[in-house]
Write a new protein. Structure first.
Length: 180
């Protein structure tokens, strides 16, 4: 379980080999990803937004920042979560699995989001080592929140510029971040 936990946030195309090795990836990778997708569909409606998620998006837009969600989720899952969060009209765009060849920690999803934002002047907001690495691989800094099971020290060691306990705290302290 701990091995899997340390890889949450890494894309599915990377996860099987990272957790179980290349031989298992080669033999069972697609079947395991299909099974994981089926299991997730059963639980998807139980997922709830983190406190302050919508408010953070609204505040970033109020400040005139372009806001693109960098996701490698399926379009169906992303549509579901855009509606649950209530941010479809707030954000400027989003990415899906269709926009990337490789997932985090590779920079593909970040690069796709930058293309959709129409700028390279950006900062990533994330909650895992894989977010920090993907952003760094695209030449960006990352602001992190401790919502992905990674400690503040682990996120800082991975290269996070600053780390907050919650999205609420991040929103309240935006002026102390590169997003100011």
């Amino acid at each position: 379980m701990w091995r899997i936990h340390r890889h949450i946030g890494m894309g599915g195309d990377q996860l099987v080999a990272a957790v179980a090795g290349d031989a298992i990836e080669e033999r069972l990778g697609d079947r395991l990803r299909d099974a994981a997708h089926e299991e997730f569909q059963k639980l998807r409606d139980e997922c709830a937004p983190l406190e302050g998620a919508r408010e953070l998006c609204v505040e970033l837009k109020r400040r005139g920042l372009a806001l693109v969600l960098a996701s490698s989720a399926s379009q169906d899952d992303l549509d579901h979560f855009l509606d649950v969060l209530g941010v479809r009209e707030v954000v400027d765009g989003w990415t899906t699995a269709d926009d990337v060849e490789r997932t985090k920690p590779h920079p593909d999803v970040v690069e796709a989001a930058l293309d959709k934002a129409g700028t390279r002047a950006a900062v990533m907001v994330g909650d895992s080592r894989w977010d920090v690495e993907a952003a760094a691989n695209a030449g960006l800094e990352t602001i992190c929140v401790i919502t992905g099971g990674w400690s503040e020290q682990e996120l800082r060691d991975a290269g996070a510029r600053c780390v907050f306990d919650s999205l609420v705290e991040l929103r309240e302290r935006l002026d102390a971040t590169p997003l100011s």
